[in-house]
Design a protein around this ligand. Structure first.
Ligand SMILES: *Cc1c(COP(=O)(O)O)cnc(C)c1O
Length: 399
């Protein structure tokens, strides 16, 4: 074989890992084996006539890296293939992916129904910024289908969710919500950051658009900020891409290259994260100092069956409640020796955080209680260290 450029839409015949490693590389005349980085802001034309044809859209090809870049395209085609989508566009961050989706699809007067259990900054984006431009958002409990149904209005255009949710691991029934969305003339947008396409492919379950923070598991080693939107050629290739090329929160070729290499090991990593998280969750469930463990891989999880139906494994993030107060939770966190006290996740390094005083610290005590974030709650994003060592690090504080 002389060319790595597998057709990115070829997701029916080749396996996930094959596509994760082979899709999208258009080998240059240098014959390079590794994917090249193209750090160029613009592109040169053979003639004035060719420049005119490119600008007029009569001839395909690169013009300027805010529009297209070969390294970024390589990442986009690979991710589109893994999510079984027609088209992916890369963005400068996960938040830029969500912003580009909504700016591309909505206008003043439109309405969004969103799960209330989403990334905190997404809530701020919806309330403070989309709201400023006349797009209103109603928040509903993720697992309450009738609440979603009741919240939909004639002007509702989009339903938005993350599943499993962070940090309590509630699961949305993607198929049921996609059916509801389509029956009411809406699109279903899923933030697939926690499972990634290695464990869950929402487009196959009926969702219309996937958004990603590539910063997390697609990178996998905590290096770069980035994001992506995946869906149909019509919606993502026109509406979302149109916003990106005009307004500019596009991905740099260097970051695209890091994510491209991240995708090659995505499934191996997600399986390893999931295996360790399950081992840790089962160990935590047997500890007297632990009141409750939230992880979809546990049979005690109220939606374990649904999670098993739509996910091939359960991911690296779990949370648990210690018997006691904020001080008791902080003691467990501070007793660890190598776990990283940081709110990030999706890294080879295990991270530990206290949601009530960090990610959810800006909520009032009442809002926190309604969201189920108790003072004793601790979130762990299990990395790729030996799980026995992670357990030993947590045991010190729990003993
Ligand atoms: C981190 C995160 C985002 C935002 O991504 P950035 O790359 O930090 O902009 C969005 N959604 C989820 C679920 C996240 O975890």
């Amino acid at each position: 074989m002389t060319d790595d450029s597998l057709d990115h839409s070829d997701f029916s015949t080749l396996g996930f890992n094959t596509r994760a490693i082979r899709t999208g590389h258009q080998r240059t005349a240098e014959g390079e084996h590794g994917e090249p980085i193209f750090p160029t802001s613009s592109y040169v034309f053979d003639s004035a006539a060719q420049a005119a044809a490119r600008f007029a859209g009569e001839e395909p090809g690169n013009i300027y890296s805010r529009f297209t870049n070969p390294t970024v395209r390589n990442f986009e085609q690979r991710l589109a293939s893994l999510e079984a989508g027609e088209r992916a566009v890369a963005t400068s961050s996960g938040m830029a992916a969500i912003l580009a989706t909504f700016m591309g699809l909505l206008k003043a007067g439109d309405h969004v129904v969103s799960s209330r259990s989403i990334f905190g900054t997404s809530v701020i984006l919806f309330n403070n910024y989309l709201g400023k431009f006349g797009v209103e958002t109603t928040f509903v409990p993720l697992t309450d289908l009738s609440a979603w149904e009741k919240a939909i209005r004639p002007e509702t255009k989009v339903l938005f969710l993350e599943t499993p949710s962070n940090p309590l691991a509630e699961v949305a029934d993607i198929t049921a919500l996609a059916e509801l969305a389509h029956a009411r003339g809406c699109l279903l947008v899923v933030d697939n950051c926690f499972c990634t396409p290695a464990l869950q492919q929402p487009l196959k379950l009926g969702a219309d658009i996937i958004v990603h923070s590539a910063t997390k598991y697609l990178d996998g080693q905590g290096r770069c900020i980035g994001g992506a939107v995946v869906g149909s050629e019509d919606i993502v290739g026109k509406d979302v891409y149109g916003f990106l090329r005009t307004c500019g929160p596009t991905m740099s070729p260097f970051n695209a290259w890091v994510f491209l290499k991240g995708l090659e090991t995505l499934k191996l990593r997600m399986e390893a994260h999931s295996k360790s998280a399950l081992t840790l969750a089962q160990w935590l469930e047997g500890r007297t100092a632990v009141k409750k463990v939230h992880y979809t891989g546990l049979e005690s999880h109220p939606q374990h069956a649904l999670a098993c139906k739509q996910q091939s494994a359960h991911g690296g993030v779990l949370s648990f409640e210690v018997n006691g107060s904020k001080e008791d939770a902080w003691k467990v966190i501070d007793a660890t020796r190598f776990l990283s006290i940081t709110a990030n996740l999706g890294d080879a390094k295990t991270t530990i955080t206290h949601p009530a005083t960090t990610t959810h610290g800006r909520l009032t005590p009442e809002e926190r209680a309604a969201a189920g974030i108790s003072d004793g709650l601790i979130r762990v994003a299990v990395g790729l260290e030996e799980v026995e060592d992670v357990i030993a690090d947590l045991e010190r504080g729990l003993a």
